[in-house]
Ligand binder design. Structure first.
Ligand SMILES: Cc1cc2nc3c(=O)[nH]c(=O)nc-3n(C[C@H](O)[C@H](O)[C@H](O)COP(=O)(O)O)c2cc1C
Ligand SMILES: Nc1ncnc2c1ncn2[C@@H]1O[C@H](COP(=O)(O)OP(=O)(O)OP(=O)(O)O)[C@@H](O)[C@H]1O
Length: 315
């Protein structure tokens, strides 16, 4: 179940185990918080929930252009949470009124809007309330008075540094896809419906499935080894994809597209619901002086992607 706000909710009458946070990307650290809520709810006959927000709080406080850009679209975040076994996902609009709730009042406000609330799940670095004044210590203290349990997950690290959405954003912008995937705990994924291309790829000898992909924060434009599947089926097909604005063939800066050339024949076409996992960065997108040069380079990209998938750890 997905709900668009904390107001006027009608949840099943079972004790609610609620994880709270932005959860952009649902990375390994987020997963440990959410799994704790899901597992406790399951073992105690309760209901698991996630309270998340939209847009990012920094949209309210930072000047236009300097707000945090999210790399996971909201519908994808909701779908990932449901796939993890979360019973209800509440996406609270992050309005000035909501931001004005003080740390002192926040747990009480939650308990009032969610009368079945029994336990709150966060990470040890959780901050909340007006001015982000609330800490895990203040949360535990206030919740004790309200009869609410607080579970605080230890901060997970990779290579000695904490995992965070901020760290993953930096990897995506730099094209460090293998590292982004290690922090996420799963491959960075694009989903959507294939749109018709200009059929130029076919003339080039490299037909592509074109997926519009415009998250607030975009991965580095370039060529990647990817794998794709029709969302309904299970089998992953290896491929090579360009993400960017195609400066060789577009005169004006175009909307970014993920163009996937699969290494095995498929019958998919415009309208197909596609899921694409980004595995490995091969090179930046470039402006070639002509189609022959582009074609030769795509052939090289295809061979490099095929070699990637032949490696014992590839695919
Ligand atoms: C593996 C691969 C690499 C590509 N690299 C570039 C590139 O570096 N620069 C560029 O302008 N276009 C690049 N393209 C995009 C092609 O220009 C585009 O796929 C072609 O124009 C076909 O467009 P269509 O799908 O509209 O027919 C690449 C495409 C693929 C499949
Ligand atoms: N590495 C981690 N280990 C365990 N819990 C975490 C980790 N990172 C975040 N959390 C917890 O997950 C919830 C959501 O956190 P949030 O989305 O603000 O995290 P973040 O990844 O640090 O994001 P950002 O880098 O944008 O600040 C919070 O309760 C937070 O404490």
């Amino acid at each position: 179940m997905a709900y668009a706000s904390l107001d006027n909710l009608k949840l099943p009458d079972r004790p609610l185990h609620l994880a709270i946070g932005m959860f952009d990307g649902v990375h390994l650290g987020h997963q440990s918080v959410i799994e704790a809520a899901v597992n406790s709810a399951a073992s105690r006959g309760g209901l698991s929930g996630v309270l998340t927000f939209w847009p990012h709080p920094s949209r309210l406080f930072r000047p236009e252009g300097e707000a945090t850009r999210l790399f996971m679209p909201l519908n994808q975040k909701e779908a990932s949470l449901v796939a993890m076994g979360v019973d209800c996902v509440i996406t609270q609009p992050f309005t000035p009124e909501f931001a004005a709730i003080t740390a002192e009042d926040f747990p009480g406000t939650l308990k009032q809007k969610l009368p079945t609330l029994t336990a709150i799940y966060v990470g040890e670095n959780f901050r909340y309330g007006k001015g982000r004044k609330g800490t895990i210590e203040t949360l535990i203290k206030t919740c004790r008075g309200l009869g609410l349990h607080v579970f605080s997950a230890e901060r997970l690290r990779v290579d000695g540094e904490p995992i965070s959405s901020t760290r993953i954003r930096a990897c995506l912008e730099a094209g460090e896809m293998a590292q982004a995937n290690a922090l996420l705990g799963y491959p960075y994924t694009s989903t959507g419906r294939v749109i018709p291309g200009r059929q130029l790829g076919r003339t080039l000898g490299f037909p592509t499935l074109n997926l519009p992909w415009e998250p607030e924060l975009r991965p580095r434009y370039g060529v990647y080894a990817v794998r794709a599947r029709e969302s309904v089926s299970e089998k992953w097909i290896p491929g090579v994809a360009n993400y960017g604005q195609r400066p060789t063939v577009e005169r004006e800066p175009a909307a970014p597209l993920l163009e996937v050339h699969l290494l095995e024949p498929v019958k998919w076409s415009a309208g197909t619901a596609l899921e694409v996992q980004w595995m490995h960065f091969l090179r930046p997108e470039m402006k070639f002086s002509g189609l022959d040069e582009l074609k030769a380079r795509i052939a090289q990209d295809r061979d490099e992607a095929a070699a990637y998938f032949r490696r014992p750890s590839g695919g």
